[in-house]
Design a protein around this ligand. Structure first.
Ligand code: FES
Ligand code: FES
Length: 235
């Protein structure tokens, strides 16, 4: 048995927080290209056009070919690598970002279509050193394993909360006119609303629990906490 098994719960949780900070996209990597006041200074190659993007409250001007997806613009041009490329075909949800409050697969969206819109990536959910409540809930409820799908899952889950608040129905809503309040949102409904985001590690129970927590419900005990408590009981 390793020494780590003797750590108190809060130390274990702190360690988890540190380990997964990058996983949940709390930190933007490298220095992104900032927008210039003078568009003329942006070097435009043959076949490229300029596009102004508003991402996480920052303005960027890019010279890109019109065929470049938003995902590639984020990852390859702006070094905002929190959004992941899983399938690049609109099938997995790893690339999910929030545009004007709605979740969007950035691999299926062209960057040039996003001028004038507010784009939020996983890096933009964090406020300074403070994680977004959904990021914290994913940590506290073991909502991930490898973490590759996690940025997209968290963006989708954060948008889900706002969609329910706005009364948006899902295909399993019992009453399309009066959508359930967050505290009454069923597990079935959460799973349906998150069905566009796949997790190869199958961390679905933890993901649902995290959303239940942010929705004001009482989620089941996190599996890791149960295991730690069980080990303490055996000691
Ligand atoms: S990478 Fe966009 S849906 Fe899979
Ligand atoms: S945590 Fe590994 S793919 Fe979801």
């Amino acid at each position: 048995m390793s020494n780590n098994d003797d750590r108190p719960n809060n130390a274990l949780q702190q360690g988890l927080k540190t380990q997964v900070a990058a996983t949940v996209g709390a930190v933007a990597l490298a220095s992104p290209v900032r927008a210039t006041q003078d568009k003329q200074s942006v070097k435009v190659e043959v076949g490229e056009i300029t596009v102004d993007l508003n991402i996480n409250g920052e303005k960027y001007t890019l010279a890109i070919e019109p065929r470049v997806t938003l995902l590639d613009a984020l990852r390859e041009r702006l070094q905002l690598t929190g959004s992941k490329k899983g399938c690049d075909h609109g099938q997995c949800g790893a690339c999910t970002v929030i545009i004007d409050g709605q979740r969007v697969y950035s691999c299926l969206s062209l960057a040039v279509m996003q001028e004038g819109k507010e784009i939020t990536t996983i890096e933009g959910l964090t406020q300074g050193d403070d994680l977004h409540p959904m990021q914290l809930a994913f940590i506290e409820n073991d909502g991930f394993q490898c973490g590759y799908c996690t940025p997209g899952q968290i963006c989708a889950a954060a948008a889900l909360i706002d969609e329910v608040k706005q009364g948006c129905a899902s295909v399993v809503s019992e009453d399309f006119q009066n959508v359930s309040q967050l505290v009454n949102l069923s597990e079935l409904e959460i799973r349906e609303r998150m069905s566009g985001n796949l997790c190869r590690c199958s961390a679905y129970n933890g993901i649902v629990a995290a959303i239940q927590q942010v929705a004001g419900q009482v989620p089941p005990e996190p599996a890791a906490l149960v295991m730690v408590q069980g080990q303490e009981g055996l000691a």
